[in-house]
Design a binder for this molecule. Sequence first.
Ligand code: OOG
Ligand code: NI
Length: 463
Amino acid sequence: MSHPNFVSPDLIRQRFSKAMSDMYREEVPLYGALMELVEQTNRHVLDSDPQIARQLHSTGEIQRLDLERHGAIRVGTAAELATLARLFAVMGMQPVGYYDLTPAGVPVHSTAFRAVHEAALQVSPFRVFTSLLRLELIEDAELRAFAQSVLDTRSIFTPAALALIERAETQGGLTEYETQDFVAQALETFRWHHSATVTAEQYQQLSAQHRLIADVVAFKGPHINHLTPRTLDIDIVQAQMPAHGITPKAVIEGPPRRQCPILLRQTSFKALDEPITFTDQAQTRGSHSARFGEIEQRGAALTPKGRALYDRLLNAARDELKDFPNEANAARYNALMTQHFGEFPDTVEEMRQQELAYFRYFVTEKGLAADGLKGASLEDLLKGGYVRVEPLVYEDFLPVSAAGIFQSNLGDAAQTHYGVHSNQQAFEKALGRSTIDELGLYAETQRRSIEECIAALGLNVSE
Ligand code: OOG
Ligand code: NI
């Protein structure tokens, strides 16, 4: 039972997301510039495209747009991941989805911590893409043991944060006073540290295995490595970035531009080179690049059938390109994507009828005023204009896109080939629980919205 004096987990998450954004804006000035560009673009789109404005108003997304962002972190051990899961649970965030990045040469597997119910997402859609380093992929046994020993001695949470997680678990929530403290203490885990925990030589050895390994092992904690605002038009932002002193990656990840946006389109700019001090140096002498900027545009969540079509078309375009998308082949890649995705229906009605995407159903004014709808099917109600649909926004990530984002920030030289397979079981063992299947969540939200329509119309229709 939740105590009346407890702050709701959704509000804790909303506050934490704001605190994280303020911290990152202070640490990485380019993030502030990017936020301004995204805000300007969103205002422009809302002013010039009444249909998008109407859609966002009717789904309520307009209220969360300015709050909306995701972050990413990388941890080194099972214990770190399991405690993070508990920390995020205090804020109403659960691990959704499993992403294996090893096929793309990145030695991690990941999940996304986020709210799962549409009402909670509405308060704060804050998400954190969280990766666990797969230490077993370090070939050199000595280096592997060294990395493990460094990770085993660090503690990425403050003692006060750990105490508050426990208190939230035993009490069933946090009071206002405890919440303030929790947000401040939890933030410490994600802060940047200018000093490394290893010598310059050890850093070089870790980095030579994979730059990501150095990024995880050589620091006190899992610094947030980017914070991504949501834009309503990613092509505009991509085109404007250079004029704002920001150089974007060569191609936008995800589906091509469409009338009806689907899934997720993302672009990022390169990691910053930041001065750091190694343990064997008195002053700052080294540098490390980990933190970057990213923006994204979100579209409709796809059903398994829609997702299979997306994956097939994406693979076909990439196979035909015969290489990772880069500066030199970007124009051809974009052309191939547009050509292949011509096959993906691009109207709401086709996507709904072919069951390619998930939708939310709403009762219309006409529906509320109507009588005598008994016995009508959902299709009848739609055709008669008594209910209408809006695509359900995709709240998750895409493994191929995530790999592209990782790669662009690690440099092309970092491409490695691992002969291992995904291991969701090992990931969940480390996490201490199973990950939630995102498709089930979308199906549930769609179902709830249909039930709400039926109740609002006073009907008991069969579909
Ligand atoms: C995460 C990269 C993936 C996304 O938006 O797909 C990601 C990382 O670099 O840690 O953030
Ligand atoms: Ni990201």
